[in-house]
Design a protein around this ligand. Structure first.
Ligand code: FES
Length: 571
């Protein structure tokens, strides 16, 4: 029988064991402390993270499953990050949430953990924590919301906000109609129902092997989610007995499969920065270029917004992730295991596509080549990303005059100025939005187009930025430029009027300025130092230690693992 970690607290007759047991008793029987795994249910439920507010109910089902399997379930509320509510950007606290969860798991008498997340940053932060503390861990994604409708048409959460607001700016939709659509946008509990970051990270977590296969993508109100949560509660007890920890499961092969899945579902670019950060916690040698090498030739099979038409409820009905992965099973690494202890491939045997309009077959993909392209060049020596499937084909090779903005505030102040010297061929360049510069790398890279160009019917332009973009967004956007301007990247030296060339086929993004001339330029001070003034607290720590996007934007001292052992005891 496996020696439980919690026995370090509860076993024995000494004073410390007495203290640990006595304070936890409160009605539980003697045998709760001898040989029964202590299972934390790390929940990001919060009313300020509306996408995760229902996780309390999901936790109750996990709890039942843990009990049935002989474990002791323990609720552990952890830091929750609500994407739509937090200022200046939820990403500023992904690493903090990961650090806090890791430390709470390590400090407490826990043998295994079920991780409940949903909204964008919550599953990444939970997985980063679990990877660093290396206790048996399994994710239950909270699931997407049901499809809302407005005036008879489905609304894609997030994506349609951008589309409708652009229509207002273009004068084709009234402000009153726009406001009226607000109460139709969020039909039910759950996270955004497009293939945005939340849906992407849930599915990618399953492809990685950290979710019981078949659960990710189950709509939040669907009773099968509770059934899956119940089963996961039982499973985690088995994982503890088997010693099935993140470091025994998650290998380069797991990340390979996650990248194939990311490409085949047409997932969010945000998954790149999150997967790099998780791999960094595990010591898996994952590089930015792996996303291009492994993913860029994988066909996009899922016709979901923002790149396509349907929504997550349709995706689940059509067969879900297992049906997608079955279509590309020859591209998967057969060695990768899952939380069940069995290889991912074994879980794909009975996984038909029920609706080939939503999940395409390999012979009729939505796009022959999907994934995420990694660009390099004189504007991004350490790399930048573009999602070709969400871009306009005619802009994938483009040369245009830069119109440069030093911050998102500068952008908002000038973009609709009728006097702004910009045309449809211009390249909008926004800097000061990287991890250090903003700080927190916000989702602003899909800059709204100038009103005067929208009125002319322009719907896409090449945009370049050192920030991220919402997974629900679309357009020809080059993002995650590294190094960012505030870290001394050449993006800081570009000026309005420079020629910028984008060639996605050649994987290049360049500023056509001779290197010696670029080197002679001096960036303005705010571009280099950032626009906020993080004098103290978390922001200070973050700015001083955050890494660049090409390695996952983790804090330098959080990369790697401390494991679960704690040698000292204060009593
Ligand atoms: Fe929470 Fe979109 S705002 S998932």
């Amino acid at each position: 029988m496996v020696k439980l970690r919690s026995a370090q607290w509860y076993a024995g007759e000494d004073r410390n064991a007495y203290i640990h047991r006595a304070w936890m008793r409160r009605g539980v029987p003697d045998d709760a402390f001898s040989g029964r795994p202590q299972i934390a249910i790390a929940s990001t439920a919060s009313e300020l993270t509306p996408c995760n507010a229902h996780l309390t109910e999901v936790a109750a089902s996990v709890r039942d499953g843990v009990h049935e399997a002989g474990g002791i379930p323990l609720n552990l509320p952890v830091v929750s990050l609500g994407e739509t509510q937090m200022r200046p950007t939820a990403m500023l606290w992904r690493n903090m949430a990961a650090m806090a969860t890791e430390e709470m798991l390590r400090a407490n008498p826990i043998d295994g953990v079920v991780l409940l997340g949903g909204c964008d940053k919550t599953i990444p932060s939970l997985l980063m924590a679990a990877a660093s503390v290396d206790l048996p861990a399994v994710v239950v994604p909270g699931g997407p919301m049901l499809t809302g409708t407005f005036r008879g048409k489905p609304l894609g959460c997030g994506t349609d906000v951008w589309r409708l607001s652009e229509e207002v700016r273009a004068g084709t939709l009234s402000q009153e109609q726009f406001t009226r659509s607000e109460s139709s946008m969020i039909r039910s509990r759950g996270h955004c129902n497009t293939m945005g970051t939340a849906s992407t990270m849930a599915l990618v977590a399953e492809a990685l092997g950290t979710v019981v296969p078949g659960i990710a993508g189950t709509p939040a109100p669907d009773s099968r989610l509770l059934e899956g949560a119940h089963g996961t509660g039982r499973l985690v007890v088995e994982m503890v007995a088997a010693g099935r920890r993140p470091r025994t499961l998650l290998t380069k092969a797991s990340f390979h499969n996650a990248i194939v899945a990311l490409a085949a579902i047409g997932g969010s670019t945000n998954a790149v920065v999150h997967l790099l950060a998780i791999a960094g916690r595990l010591g898996v040698d994952l590089r930015l270029d792996d996303f291009d090498r492994i993913g860029s030739r994988v066909p996009v099979l899922v016709d979901l917004q923002p790149a396509g038409r349907f929504l997550m409820e349709d995706f689940h009905r059509a067969g879900g992730l297992r049906a997608v992965l079955r279509e590309v099973r020859d591209l998967l690494d057969p060695d990768a295991l899952t939380v069940t202890g069995r290889p991912l491939l074994e879980h794909l045997e009975d996984a038909p596509i029920w609706d080939p309009e939503v999940i395409r077959t390999r012979s009729e993909p939505l796009a022959a080549e999907g994934g995420i392209a990694v660009l390099r060049g004189s504007l991004a020596p350490d790399g930048a990303l573009i999602k070709p499937a969400a871009a306009s084909p005619h802009l994938l090779r483009h040369r245009g005059r830069a119109v440069v903005f030093d911050s998102i505030e500068d952008f908002h102040a000038r973009i609709d100025d009728p006097g702004l010297d910009v045309d449809a061929d211009s390249v909008l360049v926004l800097r000061g939005c990287g991890p250090k510069g903003y700080p927190g790398m916000p989702e602003v890279s899909n800059m709204p187009l100038p009103r005067k160009l929208l009125a002319q019917g322009v719907r896409d332009m090449v945009r370049v930025c050192d920030g991220r973009m919402s997974g629900t967004a679309y357009g020809t956007v080059v993002l995650h430029v590294a190094p960012e301007a505030a870290a001394g990247g050449p993006l800081a030296l570009a000026t309005t009027g420079d020629l910028i060339s984008l060639d996605v086929e050649a994987r290049r993004i360049d500023v056509e300025v001779p290197a010696d001339e670029l080197a002679r330029r001096t960036p303005n001070e705010a571009t280099v130092t950032g626009f906020a003034s993080p004098g103290r607290g978390w922001e200070r720590l973050y700015v001083d230690h955050v890494l660049q996007a090409d390695t996952g934007a983790d804090l330098d001292f959080l990369v790697g693992s401390s494991g679960s052992e704690v040698g000292r005891e204060s009593h």
